[in-house]
Write a protein that binds this ligand. Structure first.
Ligand code: C2E
Ligand code: CA
Ligand code: CA
Length: 409
């Protein structure tokens, strides 16, 4: 490549990486030869795509690279990327692993630094593995990807500083009230994280929480979130006799981390609050494969008096056969089913059936994302226990949340 790129030429050149790093997990599961045989099979199939324009190289135990010389335009690379994708799909879907395809078009600006070229190719293919679930077929390493990667890196850097206690107030919480439909009183608040970075502005949790999970920074950051949430719990309990609970979002990595319960108990003690005023929200789709381990922890938490809510219920995978075994107190019906109430006729909706099913399984029901009075009326009619949403209030900063308690109802 190095030699080739020193030659002045007008033909278009590109490199395409096929990253099969995920095969490694199969090797550790079923043995070295299992993985190697699979790689051999894949290399045979990839070879079928070779031609004068497309040369295939093995650059690493689990990586291949096509060197493309003389392609027409970007759309040709796109269809080639799709072809590779379909080959891998036919060979790997059964193995239940992902893969990543990265593409770089070589131009006069990037051709001088081969090291960087190969590094960026790796980055693009790794990124494609990470985003595999999002139906990404391939990634071009281009300005756009470079910008996202730089942004992620900056966020991770910030999160890492915050986790280390530097300017920790960049991560703070808002609290959204939850109302009991029977009494029309505030029964709890959900704590929702906010990240404010000087040069980047307010970052939504849907952007930074996945990064914190990927880097495991969610473990120290989560500790901080629990601490702040319990402080708020203490504060609000001192101004009302209603004893609202605090509901805290917990990532599965955090829940499964060593000492989770121990740390939680310590924070509970520090904040001088009671375990049964705490609800932990977890998302079922994220722990399907660790069901037993997670359920054991949930059972330990339950024994301590801490309640559990199953978040985003109805989206992702939920296995109804296991729902009854799951040690949870609440099901939070995802906003999706609450939105549906606006567009469907009442007899077409299944939201009422979800409520009734949850009750039969022994869970209480919280409806999320309630924005309109009609939705509230439907939920009330069908026996939903609690509701949360902009109709009641947006998530509020702590002092506003305290004001809200004082004036509500
Ligand atoms: P979630 O747990 O499902 O939280 C509900 C999201 O819906 C929140 O978004 C909330 O602000 C928003 N919401 C509430 N009511 C309404 C409504 O009536 N209409 C609309 N359109 N939206 C409403 P937010 O705060 O952006 O949080 C997004 C997600 O990020 C959360 O979804 C949760 O999964 C995650 N998250 C937030 N804070 C934390 C945290 O401290 N730890 C962890 N692990 N995840 C968190
Ligand atoms: Ca939640
Ligand atoms: Ca939710």
């Amino acid at each position: 490549l190095k030699q080739d790129l020193t030659i002045k030429s007008t033909i278009k050149r590109a490199i395409i990486s096929v990253n099969l790093g995920t095969v490694h997990t199969l090797s550790t599961r079923y043995g070295y030869h299992y993985g190697i045989d699979l790689i051999k099979g894949i290399s045979k199939a990839l070879k079928m795509l070779c031609s004068d324009t497309y040369q295939l190289f093995s650059t690493h135990e689990y990586r291949f690279v096509y060197y493309v010389k003389g392609y027409r335009d970007k759309s040709e690379l796109v269809s080639f990327g799709k072809e590779i994708y379909h080959i891998l799909e036919s060979l790997l879907t059964f193995e239940r692993i992902g893969w990543g395809i990265g593409i770089i078009e070589i131009n006069k600006d990037n051709k001088r630094n081969i090291e960087l070229l190969l590094k960026n190719l790796l980055i693009a293919s790794e990124r494609a593995i990470i985003d595999f679930e999002k139906d990404i077929e391939y990634y071009f390493f281009d300005k756009e990807l470079e910008t996202t990667i730089e942004r992620d890196d900056r966020l991770i850097q910030n999160l890492s500083q915050i986790a280390g206690g530097i300017d920790a107030e960049r991560l703070f919480l808002h609290f959204q009230p939850i109302i009991d439909l029977k009494t029309n009183k505030i029964c709890g608040f959900e704590s929702l994280s906010r990240l404010n970075i000087d040069s980047m502005g307010l970052i939504p949790p849907l952007e930074f929480i996945p990064l914190a999970e990927k880097t495991k920074l969610i473990i120290p950051l989560g500790k901080n979130i629990i601490k702040q949430s319990l402080q708020f719990l203490h504060q609000m309990q001192s101004i009302t006799d209603e004893k609202p609970y605090i509901s805290i979002n917990i990532s599965i990595i955090q829940l499964l981390s060593k000492d989770f319960i121990h740390t939680l108990l310590f924070e509970i003690h520090e904040a001088k609050v009671k375990p049964h005023d705490i609800v932990l929200e977890i998302t079922e789709s994220t722990f399907a494969s660790e069901f037993q381990d997670v359920n054991k922890i949930l059972s330990d938490l339950k024994e301590l008096g801490i309640r559990i809510a199953l978040d985003d219920f109805g989206t992702g995978y939920s296995s109804l056969s296991r729902e009854r075994e799951l040690n949870v107190n609440y099901l939070k019906i995802d906003k999706f089913f609450i939105d549906k109430l606006l567009s469907l006729k009442e007899e077409e909706t299944i939201t009422a059936d979800i409520i009734s099913m949850a009750h039969k399984l022994g869970h209480e029901v919280i409806a999320e994302g309630v924005e309109h009075e009609t939705q509230r009326a439907y939920l009330e009619k069908h026996g939903c226990d609690h509701i949360q949403g902009y109709l009641i209030s947006k998530p509020l900063e702590p002092s506003k949340a305290i004001e809200f308690i004082k004036h509500y109802g």
